[in-house]
Design a protein around this ligand. Structure first.
Ligand SMILES: NC(=O)c1ccc[n+]([C@@H]2O[C@H](COP(=O)([O-])OP(=O)(O)OC[C@H]3O[C@@H](n4cnc5c(N)ncnc54)[C@H](OP(=O)(O)O)[C@@H]3O)[C@@H](O)[C@H]2O)c1
Length: 233
């Protein structure tokens, strides 16, 4: 039986993945700022203290995840919108997105290491193609792009260390495509027909990517999109 751990468990993608996990009868745990009514999903404050407490609890239970999904992502809120030009850039937005999109997922890899070091686990961290430096021809969205690029570097750096300290764990940075969710809602009008994916479709794609991840080498995180194409750094 698989044992799943899902951080950001109330995100559209996490909910679609958890539906599959429950239907298959697998075990799961998760964290969310606003967890749905489910005893397996705990509340955290999106900070290191509550993350550490949750990881200690799972370790005390002897929980050994085989699959991890980190679904944290922020693009906009009441106070911040993606920047269209340099004049829109504010340090407060950069700080906020670097914290939720890069620092928190990296802290998850820090505190999950003791749980993962004796398992053969596959870890997916949600990134975004707009975090690819090589693929950036459009510009804009400074803080979100920078936070996802920082996430990619943090995860690749962790992959190098995991190869030594948790050699059977594999890490991937997953780009879901444009997916119908609260995150993409304000930006869906210009999405070409057939290119706005449901979270259920993306969850099916992600299941394939998990299967392929097991074949990858330790020490190299895989930046991959929903259809299995490697994304350039
Ligand atoms: N939708 C797209 O088109 C698209 C495209 C490229 C990449 N992505 C990435 O895919 C992942 C899943 O996103 P989604 O589309 O499913 O979006 P979503 O439904 O809006 O979920 C994002 C989740 O991230 C967590 N989160 C948001 N702001 C946070 C904050 N300030 N602090 C801590 N946690 C926070 C929340 O989890 P809880 O509610 O459980 O606390 C939230 O539900 C994200 O990493 C996103 O960047 C999405």
């Amino acid at each position: 039986m698989q044992q799943w751990l899902v951080i950001g468990a109330n995100s559209a993608l996490a909910q679609a993945v958890l539906s599959r996990v429950k239907a298959a009868g697998h075990d799961y745990r998760g964290l969310s700022r606003n967890p749905p009514d489910d005893p397996n999903l705990a509340r955290w404050q999106a900070d290191e203290t509550s993350l550490q407490a949750a990881c200690a609890q799972w370790q005390a239970e002897g929980y050994q995840p085989t699959h991890v999904l980190i679904c944290l992502g922020q693009l906009h809120n009441a106070e911040l919108q993606p920047e269209k030009r340099l004049e829109d850039l504010h340090a407060s937005a950069l700080e906020s997105l670097l914290y939720s999109n890069a620092a928190l997922p990296a802290l998850c890899l820090k505190h999950l290491l003791p749980l993962l070091k004796r398992s053969a686990a596959q870890v997916a961290i949600c990134s975004a193609r707009v975090g690819s430096i090589g693929d950036n021809h459009l510009g804009g969205w400074y803080a979100y792009r920078a936070s996802k690029a920082a996430l990619n570097m943090l995860v690749q750096t962790a992959a190098v260390e995991y190869a030594r300290r948790a050699p059977d764990v594999r890490l991937m940075l997953f780009h879901p495509g444009t997916m119908d969710s609260p995150l993409s809602k304000p930006f869906q009008a210009n999405v070409p027909a057939g290119k706005l994916f449901s979270a259920e479709f993306v969850a099916d794609c992600l299941a394939q990517r998990y299967n392929e991840l097991a074949q990858h080498e330790a020490g190299q995180a895989w930046f991959v999109d929903w259809q299995g194409q490697t994304v350039p750094w």
